[in-house]
Design a protein around this ligand. Sequence first.
Ligand code: TMP
Length: 209
Amino acid sequence: MRPGRGKFITLEGIEGVGKSTQLEHVADLIRAAGNSVICTREPGGTPLAEDIRDLLLTPSDEQVPPSGELLLMFAARAVHLENLIRPALERGDWVVCDRFTDATYAYQGFGRGMARAEIGMLERLVQGELRPDLTILLDTPVEVGLARARKRGEPDRFESEKAQFFERVRCGYLEIAAAEPDRVRVVDAAGPIAEVNLVVASLLEKILK
Ligand code: TMP
């Protein structure tokens, strides 16, 4: 018998909220329930999309206009979706992705000021009807996330932005979550990892049933 379509789970949040740690945790929970799972990230996830990621994240003297940044994000997403995410879901694998299109609304929309309708147009072009089944939004105050992120070494092009930029991104994420409370679940990620793990596990329990 052909397996059913796998579920698509995304993790979101500003820098330093602990997405990588939770990605591993979520994947472990899915595996423990007997499913096969693929962990991936955006921008990136395939060799070509990772090349686009390097273009986006490497600091450069040449300005990247917000429209160019937006198009590169969706170019990477188109490649990632067709070459990795859709085939995996169709095989019946679950896919856990570190960031997806909510990040585009938050960073390029709320952060850079690109119009929501324009992002929506590209979303439809690249994704059709595909949306995550569950999005876990890890939320911390900006100063907490940035302090953690800055311990990781040289900042990339996004990490070099000012705190105000990340305040807009965080507000954007919370606005998205308020508009789609069934899909986007907000988890307070400022506390100890053990507590965050428990909340995330309870969200996963529902979708694994
Ligand atoms: P990270 O996933 O390692 O945190 O780095 C990816 C960076 O790219 C992060 O600063 C957020 C940014 N980003 C966007 O601006 N828009 C997007 O659509 C995605 C997926 C990421």
